[in-house]
Design a binder for this molecule. Structure first.
Ligand code: 7PM
Length: 282
Protein backbone atom coordinates (compact mmCIF):
# COMPACT_ATOMS: atom_id res chain seq x y z
CA UNK A 1 0.00 0.00 0.00
CA UNK A 2 1.23 3.45 -0.89
CA UNK A 3 1.49 5.79 2.12
CA UNK A 4 2.57 9.23 0.99
CA UNK A 5 5.90 8.72 -0.72
CA UNK A 6 6.50 5.44 1.10
CA UNK A 7 5.42 1.97 0.07
CA UNK A 8 4.25 -0.18 2.96
CA UNK A 9 4.53 -3.91 2.32
CA UNK A 10 1.57 -5.52 4.06
CA UNK A 11 2.52 -9.10 3.18
CA UNK A 12 3.51 -9.45 6.83
CA UNK A 13 2.11 -7.45 9.76
CA UNK A 14 3.37 -3.90 10.33
CA UNK A 15 3.66 -1.94 13.56
CA UNK A 16 1.90 1.35 14.17
CA UNK A 17 3.31 3.12 17.24
CA UNK A 18 0.96 5.25 19.32
CA UNK A 19 2.08 8.83 19.90
CA UNK A 20 -0.49 10.33 22.22
CA UNK A 21 -0.28 14.13 22.31
CA UNK A 22 -3.13 14.59 24.79
CA UNK A 23 -2.32 16.05 28.21
CA UNK A 24 -4.56 13.64 30.14
CA UNK A 25 -3.34 10.21 31.08
CA UNK A 26 -4.90 6.81 30.50
CA UNK A 27 -1.77 4.84 29.92
CA UNK A 28 0.30 7.33 28.03
CA UNK A 29 -1.15 10.85 28.06
CA UNK A 30 0.72 13.89 29.31
CA UNK A 31 4.09 12.27 28.72
CA UNK A 32 5.52 15.03 26.59
CA UNK A 33 4.54 18.01 28.69
CA UNK A 34 7.32 19.96 30.34
CA UNK A 35 7.21 21.78 33.69
CA UNK A 36 5.71 24.86 32.05
CA UNK A 37 2.67 22.88 30.92
CA UNK A 38 3.74 23.07 27.27
CA UNK A 39 4.68 20.24 24.95
CA UNK A 40 8.41 19.65 24.91
CA UNK A 41 9.09 18.79 21.27
CA UNK A 42 12.49 17.29 22.06
CA UNK A 43 10.81 14.67 24.29
CA UNK A 44 8.42 13.84 21.47
CA UNK A 45 11.21 13.45 18.92
CA UNK A 46 13.22 11.28 21.31
CA UNK A 47 10.26 8.96 21.63
CA UNK A 48 9.71 8.86 17.88
CA UNK A 49 13.38 8.04 17.35
CA UNK A 50 13.09 5.18 19.85
CA UNK A 51 9.92 3.86 18.17
CA UNK A 52 11.64 3.89 14.75
CA UNK A 53 14.79 2.27 16.09
CA UNK A 54 12.67 -0.42 17.73
CA UNK A 55 11.03 -1.19 14.41
CA UNK A 56 7.85 0.87 14.14
CA UNK A 57 6.61 1.24 10.56
CA UNK A 58 4.06 3.99 11.21
CA UNK A 59 3.84 6.70 13.88
CA UNK A 60 0.22 7.46 14.79
CA UNK A 61 -0.10 11.02 16.10
CA UNK A 62 -3.28 11.83 18.01
CA UNK A 63 -4.44 14.98 19.79
CA UNK A 64 -7.96 14.03 20.76
CA UNK A 65 -8.57 11.71 23.66
CA UNK A 66 -11.12 9.08 22.63
CA UNK A 67 -10.95 7.22 25.90
CA UNK A 68 -14.32 6.36 27.45
CA UNK A 69 -15.80 9.45 29.10
CA UNK A 70 -13.30 11.89 27.60
CA UNK A 71 -14.45 15.42 26.87
CA UNK A 72 -14.27 16.88 23.39
CA UNK A 73 -11.25 18.87 22.34
CA UNK A 74 -11.57 22.15 20.46
CA UNK A 75 -10.31 22.42 16.90
CA UNK A 76 -7.55 24.94 17.61
CA UNK A 77 -6.30 22.88 20.52
CA UNK A 78 -6.22 19.70 18.41
CA UNK A 79 -4.43 21.48 15.56
CA UNK A 80 -1.85 22.85 18.02
CA UNK A 81 -1.26 19.40 19.45
CA UNK A 82 -0.73 17.49 16.22
CA UNK A 83 0.32 19.69 13.28
CA UNK A 84 3.66 20.97 14.66
CA UNK A 85 4.49 17.46 15.84
CA UNK A 86 3.83 15.87 12.45
CA UNK A 87 5.82 18.61 10.77
CA UNK A 88 8.76 18.07 13.13
CA UNK A 89 8.71 14.29 12.71
CA UNK A 90 8.67 14.26 8.92
CA UNK A 91 11.35 16.92 8.70
CA UNK A 92 13.75 14.97 10.94
CA UNK A 93 13.01 11.32 10.21
CA UNK A 94 12.25 9.20 7.22
CA UNK A 95 9.02 8.17 8.92
CA UNK A 96 5.50 7.33 7.85
CA UNK A 97 3.11 9.36 9.99
CA UNK A 98 -0.59 8.79 10.38
CA UNK A 99 -2.90 11.29 12.00
CA UNK A 100 -5.50 10.03 14.47
CA UNK A 101 -8.34 12.51 14.00
CA UNK A 102 -12.00 12.90 13.07
CA UNK A 103 -11.72 16.55 12.11
CA UNK A 104 -11.64 17.52 8.42
CA UNK A 105 -9.48 20.57 9.16
CA UNK A 106 -6.95 18.49 11.09
CA UNK A 107 -6.87 15.99 8.21
CA UNK A 108 -6.21 18.70 5.65
CA UNK A 109 -3.54 20.46 7.72
CA UNK A 110 -1.82 17.22 8.68
CA UNK A 111 -1.64 16.13 5.06
CA UNK A 112 -0.21 19.53 4.14
CA UNK A 113 2.72 19.07 6.54
CA UNK A 114 3.42 15.49 5.49
CA UNK A 115 1.09 12.98 7.13
CA UNK A 116 0.83 9.85 4.98
CA UNK A 117 -2.33 8.28 6.37
CA UNK A 118 -5.58 9.21 8.14
CA UNK A 119 -6.75 7.14 11.11
CA UNK A 120 -10.29 8.01 12.13
CA UNK A 121 -12.05 6.27 15.02
CA UNK A 122 -15.30 7.74 13.64
CA UNK A 123 -14.74 6.27 10.17
CA UNK A 124 -14.97 9.69 8.48
CA UNK A 125 -18.43 10.19 9.97
CA UNK A 126 -18.05 13.84 10.94
CA UNK A 127 -19.43 16.42 8.56
CA UNK A 128 -16.93 17.18 5.82
CA UNK A 129 -14.51 14.45 6.87
CA UNK A 130 -14.98 12.16 3.87
CA UNK A 131 -14.54 15.04 1.45
CA UNK A 132 -11.46 16.33 3.22
CA UNK A 133 -9.91 12.87 3.38
CA UNK A 134 -10.65 12.27 -0.31
CA UNK A 135 -8.98 15.56 -1.24
CA UNK A 136 -5.78 14.59 0.59
CA UNK A 137 -5.54 11.44 -1.55
CA UNK A 138 -4.19 9.59 1.49
CA UNK A 139 -5.08 6.08 2.66
CA UNK A 140 -7.67 6.01 5.44
CA UNK A 141 -8.33 3.67 8.34
CA UNK A 142 -12.06 3.33 9.03
CA UNK A 143 -12.80 2.16 12.58
CA UNK A 144 -16.04 0.92 14.08
CA UNK A 145 -17.34 2.63 17.20
CA UNK A 146 -20.79 2.20 18.76
CA UNK A 147 -22.01 5.44 20.32
CA UNK A 148 -19.63 8.25 21.23
CA UNK A 149 -16.61 8.28 23.51
CA UNK A 150 -18.66 10.13 26.18
CA UNK A 151 -21.17 7.31 26.53
CA UNK A 152 -19.97 4.33 24.49
CA UNK A 153 -19.12 2.07 27.44
CA UNK A 154 -22.35 2.73 29.37
CA UNK A 155 -24.35 -0.21 28.03
CA UNK A 156 -22.95 -1.61 24.80
CA UNK A 157 -25.58 -3.80 23.14
CA UNK A 158 -25.63 -5.76 19.90
CA UNK A 159 -27.66 -8.50 18.30
CA UNK A 160 -24.67 -9.97 16.47
CA UNK A 161 -21.61 -7.84 17.14
CA UNK A 162 -19.56 -9.30 14.28
CA UNK A 163 -22.34 -8.80 11.74
CA UNK A 164 -23.05 -5.26 12.92
CA UNK A 165 -19.39 -4.23 12.78
CA UNK A 166 -19.11 -5.79 9.34
CA UNK A 167 -22.23 -4.02 8.04
CA UNK A 168 -21.14 -0.68 9.47
CA UNK A 169 -17.68 -0.88 7.95
CA UNK A 170 -19.02 -1.89 4.53
CA UNK A 171 -21.46 1.03 4.62
CA UNK A 172 -18.55 3.37 5.36
CA UNK A 173 -16.55 1.81 2.53
CA UNK A 174 -19.46 2.55 0.17
CA UNK A 175 -19.61 6.17 1.31
CA UNK A 176 -15.86 6.52 0.83
CA UNK A 177 -16.01 5.09 -2.66
CA UNK A 178 -18.84 7.44 -3.57
CA UNK A 179 -16.68 10.34 -2.39
CA UNK A 180 -13.86 9.18 -4.65
CA UNK A 181 -11.64 7.32 -2.20
CA UNK A 182 -10.26 4.30 -4.02
CA UNK A 183 -10.79 0.88 -2.43
CA UNK A 184 -7.04 0.32 -2.54
CA UNK A 185 -6.66 3.14 0.00
CA UNK A 186 -8.98 1.71 2.63
CA UNK A 187 -7.96 -0.06 5.84
CA UNK A 188 -10.60 -1.43 8.24
CA UNK A 189 -10.57 -1.71 12.02
CA UNK A 190 -13.19 -3.40 14.24
CA UNK A 191 -12.45 -0.87 17.00
CA UNK A 192 -11.70 -2.98 20.04
CA UNK A 193 -13.01 -1.33 23.22
CA UNK A 194 -15.09 1.29 21.44
CA UNK A 195 -18.62 0.65 22.63
CA UNK A 196 -17.99 -3.02 23.40
CA UNK A 197 -17.99 -5.24 26.47
CA UNK A 198 -15.22 -7.79 27.04
CA UNK A 199 -17.54 -10.44 25.58
CA UNK A 200 -18.16 -8.30 22.49
CA UNK A 201 -14.45 -7.79 22.05
CA UNK A 202 -13.78 -11.51 22.37
CA UNK A 203 -16.54 -12.40 19.88
CA UNK A 204 -15.07 -9.91 17.43
CA UNK A 205 -11.64 -11.31 17.98
CA UNK A 206 -12.82 -14.86 17.26
CA UNK A 207 -14.46 -13.57 14.09
CA UNK A 208 -11.53 -11.51 12.82
CA UNK A 209 -11.08 -13.85 9.87
CA UNK A 210 -14.64 -12.99 8.80
CA UNK A 211 -13.69 -9.31 8.60
CA UNK A 212 -10.52 -10.37 6.82
CA UNK A 213 -12.51 -11.87 3.94
CA UNK A 214 -13.95 -8.44 3.13
CA UNK A 215 -10.65 -8.01 1.32
CA UNK A 216 -9.29 -4.91 3.04
CA UNK A 217 -6.17 -4.81 5.20
CA UNK A 218 -7.16 -4.96 8.88
CA UNK A 219 -5.75 -2.73 11.58
CA UNK A 220 -6.09 -3.91 15.16
CA UNK A 221 -5.55 -1.89 18.33
CA UNK A 222 -5.72 -3.82 21.58
CA UNK A 223 -2.63 -2.45 23.31
CA UNK A 224 -3.20 -2.00 27.07
CA UNK A 225 -6.96 -1.92 26.60
CA UNK A 226 -9.49 -2.76 29.28
CA UNK A 227 -10.36 -6.17 27.80
CA UNK A 228 -6.82 -7.19 28.74
CA UNK A 229 -7.25 -5.56 32.14
CA UNK A 230 -10.49 -7.49 32.70
CA UNK A 231 -9.07 -10.85 31.67
CA UNK A 232 -5.89 -10.42 33.72
CA UNK A 233 -7.34 -8.26 36.49
CA UNK A 234 -4.38 -5.91 36.07
CA UNK A 235 -4.01 -2.13 35.89
CA UNK A 236 -2.92 -0.45 32.69
CA UNK A 237 0.78 -0.40 33.55
CA UNK A 238 0.82 -4.20 33.89
CA UNK A 239 -0.74 -5.13 30.55
CA UNK A 240 2.36 -5.47 28.38
CA UNK A 241 2.46 -9.26 28.21
CA UNK A 242 -1.28 -9.57 27.63
CA UNK A 243 -1.08 -6.90 24.93
CA UNK A 244 1.72 -8.66 23.08
CA UNK A 245 -0.07 -12.01 23.34
CA UNK A 246 -3.28 -10.56 21.91
CA UNK A 247 -1.40 -8.69 19.18
CA UNK A 248 0.15 -12.00 18.05
CA UNK A 249 -3.25 -13.66 17.96
CA UNK A 250 -4.51 -10.76 15.87
CA UNK A 251 -1.57 -11.14 13.50
CA UNK A 252 -2.31 -14.86 13.17
CA UNK A 253 -5.92 -14.03 12.35
CA UNK A 254 -4.79 -11.83 9.50
CA UNK A 255 -4.33 -8.35 11.02
CA UNK A 256 -1.92 -6.38 8.82
CA UNK A 257 -1.27 -3.37 11.05
CA UNK A 258 -0.92 -3.62 14.83
CA UNK A 259 -1.42 -0.36 16.72
CA UNK A 260 0.72 -0.63 19.86
CA UNK A 261 2.36 1.33 22.67
CA UNK A 262 5.14 -1.19 23.29
CA UNK A 263 6.98 -1.36 19.99
CA UNK A 264 10.13 -3.29 20.93
CA UNK A 265 8.24 -6.11 22.68
CA UNK A 266 5.72 -6.46 19.85
CA UNK A 267 8.41 -6.43 17.15
CA UNK A 268 10.29 -9.25 18.91
CA UNK A 269 7.13 -11.31 19.21
CA UNK A 270 6.27 -10.69 15.56
CA UNK A 271 9.72 -11.85 14.46
CA UNK A 272 9.07 -15.13 16.24
CA UNK A 273 5.69 -15.47 14.57
CA UNK A 274 7.11 -14.63 11.15
CA UNK A 275 9.91 -17.17 11.62
CA UNK A 276 7.46 -19.92 12.53
CA UNK A 277 5.37 -18.99 9.51
CA UNK A 278 8.37 -19.50 7.26
CA UNK A 279 10.00 -16.07 7.05
CA UNK A 280 13.22 -17.05 8.82
CA UNK A 281 16.31 -16.74 6.64
CA UNK A 282 19.13 -16.89 9.20
C1 7PM B 1 -8.00 5.55 26.35
C2 7PM B 1 -8.64 4.42 25.86
C3 7PM B 1 -7.13 6.27 25.61
C4 7PM B 1 -8.40 4.01 24.59
C5 7PM B 1 -6.87 5.85 24.34
C6 7PM B 1 -7.52 4.74 23.83
C7 7PM B 1 -7.62 2.82 18.40
C8 7PM B 1 -7.39 3.97 17.66
C9 7PM B 1 -7.39 4.46 19.77
C10 7PM B 1 -7.86 1.59 17.71
C11 7PM B 1 -7.57 2.81 15.69
C12 7PM B 1 -5.80 3.69 22.60
C13 7PM B 1 -7.20 4.21 22.51
N1 7PM B 1 -7.59 3.15 19.71
N2 7PM B 1 -7.35 3.99 16.31
N3 7PM B 1 -7.24 4.99 18.53
N4 7PM B 1 -7.80 1.65 16.35
N5 7PM B 1 -7.55 2.78 14.34
O1 7PM B 1 -5.65 2.60 23.19
O2 7PM B 1 -8.11 0.53 18.30
O3 7PM B 1 -4.85 4.34 22.18
S1 7PM B 1 -7.34 5.40 21.21
Amino acid sequence: MKLGSAELDLSSPRIMAVLNMTPDSFSDGGEFYGDNGQVDLSLVLERVEAHLKNGADIIDVGGESTRPGASLVGLDEELDRVVPVIEAIVSRFDAVVSVDTSSPVVMTESARVGAAMINDVRALGHEGAIGAAALTGLPVCLMHMAGRPENMQKAPDYGDVLQEVCDFLLERVDSCEQAGIDRSKIILDPGFGFGKTVEHNLSLFRGLNKLFVLGFPLLVGVSRKSMIGSILDKPVEERLIGSVALAMLAAQSGARILRVHDVAATVDALKILNAVEGGYDG
